[in-house]
Write a protein that binds this ligand. Structure first.
Ligand SMILES: Nc1ncnc2c1ncn2[C@@H]1O[C@H](COP(=O)(O)OP(=O)(O)OP(=O)(O)O)[C@@H](O)[C@H]1O
Length: 337
């Protein structure tokens, strides 16, 4: 197997908040190999975008980042801001949710490419820059005749493809795609997913695909990481995690999606915790249908099972006292409702 292009250990990203730090990412581990697509899924506010931004070195001033991020053999958190800026673009690309807010309406598409390539691919001549830009656009189905158009002259789906082409023109080894299809209709969404698959075949970048759509994960990803309240509670190959989820949160998340065979819509009782003052023990315990006494007092230990890695006390050998079911207020209130 090839060496990971990205190796992340105990990553934390905390925002400064009036009531204390917001622990948006609170001890996350994962690796990504070249050509691999890892889907990051979880409820709104669990820290997905913060994780993506933390990897790219794009967190707001005042946020604290700690842990280890090795990218292509370099330890990112020891680099200066300038060194990271240089790497972003050249080695790492970011694809955002809403391309219109990222493309400058006053700049032609050609100017966007010219600027990105001049900054990050200094070795290229002007002619080579244009060739590279047109090549990337062509790969995304945008004809060269549109090269000098302005962003508003394109449809939403085309703008998203232009954003992807811009990121790809720099031949990154790692891409964060943060909800790249959320603002698009389903047909365009399907097209973007096909394009991501095509990109992977052609350029083999490692991709972190952030989404709260489990269908997209099933279709476009090799592995999935399930995030809850700042932590990855389960990760593994998509088929293994979907067929046999090992964390109660993953199970609940999978149950809460609609399928053709679904009889009723299931929602997870309670609400995600306040990330300024998360609960003691497992962050999910107040909502967990399987919570035991130990879950409310001690952090679960990450455990590597046959195919997935999971953080849950259910996989440990416990004393009778620790294993006693927890009277769960949030779950029982929801049951009565
Ligand atoms: N700049 C900021 N300052 C303080 N807190 C922030 C900031 N940005 C995000 N947060 C908080 O950090 C937590 C994680 O937010 P984040 O946007 O990473 O979640 P997410 O899983 O990507 O959500 P969504 O799916 O809605 O995009 C949330 O509680 C959010 O309110």
């Amino acid at each position: 197997m090839s060496e990971p292009v990205l190796d992340v250990e105990n990553l934390r990203v905390w925002y400064a908040g009036a009531g204390g730090p917001v622990r948006a990412v609170d001890g996350v581990d994962f690796t990504l190999r070249p050509g691999e697509v890892l889907g990051l899924v979880g409820e709104s506010g669990c820290g997905k975008s913060t994780l993506g931004r933390g990897l790219m070195g794009l967190v707001p001033r005042g946020a604290a980042v700690d842990g280890r991020i090795d990218f292509d053999g370099r330890s990112l958190l020891t680099l200066s801001t300038r060194q990271r800026e240089r790497l972003r673009g050249a080695g790492m690309g970011l694809i955002f949710q809403e391309p219109m807010t990222r493309l400058d309406p006053l700049m032609r598409v050609s100017d966007h490419f010219e600027e990105a390539l001049r900054t990050h691919a200094k070795e290229l001549s002007k002619k080579e820059r244009e060739t590279r830009a047109l090549e990337s656009l062509r790969a995304l189905g945008i004809p060269p005749t549109r090269y000098r158009n302005y962003p508003h002259e394109f449809s939403g789906g085309m703008r998203q493809r232009i954003m992807i082409a811009l990121a790809l023109a720099l031949r990154p080894k790692f891409i964060v795609a943060d909800e790249p299809t959320t603002a698009l209709d389903v047909l365009v969404e399907a097209q973007i997913l096909r394009i991501l698959a095509d990109i992977r075949d052609r350029f083999a970048p490692a991709i972190l695909l952030i989404t709260h759509n489990l269908g997209i994960i099933a279709e476009a990803c090799d592995r999935v990481a399930v995030m809850y309240a700042g932590r990855i509670v389960e990760q593994g190959p998509v088929d293994a995690v979907f067929a046999s989820p090992q964390h109660p949160y993953t199970r609940e998340l999978l149950r809460s999606t609609i399928s053709l065979t679904t009889q009723e819509l299931h929602s997870i009782p309670g609400a995600p915790p306040d990330l300024v003052a998360p609960p003691t023990g497992c962050n999910f315990h107040p909502r967990c249908p399987s919570a035991m006494r130990v879950c409310a007092s001690r952090d679960p230990i990450p455990r590597t099972l046959e195919r997935q890695r999971v953080e849950c006390w259910l996989h440990e050998t416990l004393s009778d006292e620790d294993a006693r079911p927890l009277e769960n207020v949030e779950v029982s209130v929801a049951d009565e409702a």
